[in-house]
Design a protein around this ligand. Structure first.
Ligand code: ADP
Length: 401
């Protein structure tokens, strides 16, 4: 069975083709800067000796989808002979609100429901919808499934997802914590349970996703019971350009004192804050290098970043109870031994003992970086959101018979 995974952004399409019989990625590509003078196209399919990077004229997502099919089907050794080789398509959808606890087969009613959730994710859901609609035209008869970033967190109990605001805001405007990165948290929790040889349904984890966006999930008996991102992805940890947790009264203060509009504050908190706001770059590698050279702002940014994670580890230990493992994933979580060390420093007294040699040893797959006697395991688990979407899509297709 071959599944194509599509992640559509406002000016980009990312795609991966999987052979599910072998759990293998056959090809992956990105088309970025759609609608700009020159779109950037990357495509690779190592088994077919294909690796290309070029610029092209891709004015709309429609042309992007057509180009994606061309990349998969043309050349000396095409990855597939035609769209008929694809059994199903999985679309990443950012916001499924309270409606979607599971992935869903995308029919007209489900699409309408995704459209209803646009106000909750005004930047992401419209792009995801465009991707679904355009793919629907190109792959007319191939079943398509929506996999939602929010679904994994629908198990969070009401006392943890409500904000202490007038209850009518929840009823009228759907104001509550939803959480994101669900696909990544779900994937690494399953992988970690497999690695530890424990049933996923009884595993207790603190899952830490540190990419450009960052979030943590408290996972009890395999289910998310709390997460750091909230109604929007702005809440929680310090991120590349997002502030994470703030005093909400800052809005009123800054609006008045700095004469900033709602739009200004939205832009500043989401795009000009976090690591970038503190140290001038949203790239962890730059900040690490600057800190090594003695830059005080870079050092402060690293300390703040690690401290926020540590604080939530303490909180989530209290929430979950007896833990099996703390899991690190995504660009920073998988690659930065220095950040993992800063986060896990002095947590021995709560049963989390990092082995600094194992932590700094090079490695690429799933690995245990805790000391042998550590009561709580500490694992690095490479994430693979695309594969998780492909697997969820396959599961839905199987139920169709
Ligand atoms: P996205 O959320 O866009 O998928 P990634 O998961 O790729 O992001 O994470 C990007 C972050 O990972 C960047 O801050 C980058 O600097 C950081 N990163 C990648 N490799 C390393 C590394 N070797 N050491 C430290 N940080 C790294």
């Amino acid at each position: 069975m071959k599944i194509l995974v599509i992640n559509t952004g406002s000016s980009s399409i990312k795609f991966s083709l999987f052979d599910m019989n072998k759990n293998l990625s056959l090809a992956e590509g990105t088309i970025e800067r759609i609608g700009e003078a020159a779109a950037k196209i990357r495509f690779k399919a190592p088994q077919y000796n294909i690796q290309l990077e070029k610029e092209g004229n891709i004015p709309t997502h429609k042309e992007g989808m057509v180009h994606m099919v061309e990349l998969l089907t043309s050349g000396e050794h095409p990855v597939i002979s035609g769209t008929q080789d694809i059994d199903g398509i999985g679309h990443r959808v950012v916001h499924g609100g309270e409606k979607f606890h599971e992935p869903a087969l995308l029919d007209a009613d489900i699409l309408e429901a995704v459209r209803d959730h646009v106000p909750l994710a005004p930047l992401h859901n419209p792009a995801n919808l465009t991707g679904i609609e355009e793919a629907g035209r190109v792959f007319a008869d191939i079943p398509m499934v929506g996999v939602f970033d929010t679904s994994f967190h629908q198990s969070i109990p009401d006392y943890a997802y409500h904000y202490a605001l007038p209850h009518s805001f929840y009823e009228k405007y759907k104001v509550r914590r939803y959480g994101f990165h669900g696909t990544s948290h779900a994937y690494i929790c399953r992988k970690a349970a497999e690695f530890l040889g424990i049933p996923a349904e009884s595993a207790n984890f603190i899952s830490i996703h540190l990419g450009n966006g960052c979030s943590m999930a408290a996972v009890r008996n395999g289910k998310s019971v709390d997460t750091t991102m909230g109604m929007t992805p702005l809440e929680g940890l310090i991120m590349g350009t997002r502030s994470g947790d703030l005093d909400p009264a800052l809005h009123f203060y800054l609006a008045k004192e700095a004469n900033l509009s709602m739009n200004d504050l939205d832009r500043i908190f989401n795009k000009e804050s976090g690591l970038k706001g503190i140290a001038g770059s949203n790239d962890m590698r730059d900040i690490m290098a600057k800190s090594d050279q003695g830059d005080p702002k870079a050092r402060l940014a690293l300390q703040m970043y690690a401290y926020r994670i540590k604080k939530y580890i303490g909180a989530y230990l209290a929430v979950v109870g007896k833990l099996n493992a703390v899991l690190f994933t995504a660009g920073i979580g998988e690659n930065s031994d220095k950040m993992r060390l800063m986060v896990m420093e002095n947590l021995d007294h709560i049963g989390m003992e990092l082995d600094s040699a194992k932590n700094s040893a090079p490695g690429s797959g799933i690995r245990d970086i805790s000391t042998s006697p550590s009561p709580v395991r500490i694992l690095v688990v490479p994430t693979n959101e695309e594969l998780q979407i492909a697997m969820e899509t396959q599961k839905v297709l199987k139920t169709m018979g």
